[in-house]
Design a binder for this molecule. Structure first.
Ligand SMILES: [Zn+2]
Length: 121
């Protein structure tokens, strides 16, 4: 596993969110899941979120962690990967929320990403 710091984790998650290869789709998932990420050919990834079930920022932070950590945790059993992502999501969210500047960055970046998603739809 890479020598992660919470700062490096946030940086990689921000980079992934800004990457045009990652798209975000807000849709209705009928309560089965609140959010998930799907990977496609050519390094493309899409985060699908049901905003009725879950906030877009928590959903994105969670799914971006799966994405950013895939080299580190991709070989783990699913339940172990999920437990690790949930624990790190908590640490990363507290890190983001401790700074008004960081909260604003995430709010703006998500707004732009979701607006782009709607324009493409
Ligand atoms: Zn998960």
């Amino acid at each position: 596993m890479r020598p992660w710091t919470v700062g490096a984790l946030e940086r990689e998650c921000r980079k992934a969110l800004m990457d045009p290869a990652l798209s975000v789709r807000l849709t209705q998932l009928d309560g089965k899941e609140a959010a998930y990420i799907e990977w496609a050919a050519g390094d493309k990834a899409r985060v699908v979120v049901d905003p009725h079930e879950m906030g877009v920022k928590p959903a994105l932070i969670h799914e971006l962690l799966h994405h950013v950590l895939s080299d580190d945790v991709g070989d783990l059993e699913d339940d172990l990967e999920e437990a690790l992502v949930l624990a790190w999501e908590d640490v990363l969210t507290r890190h983001v929320n401790r700074s008004r500047y960081r909260v604003r960055w995430w709010r703006e970046a998500i707004r732009r990403k979701v607006r782009g998603a709607r324009a493409e739809a």
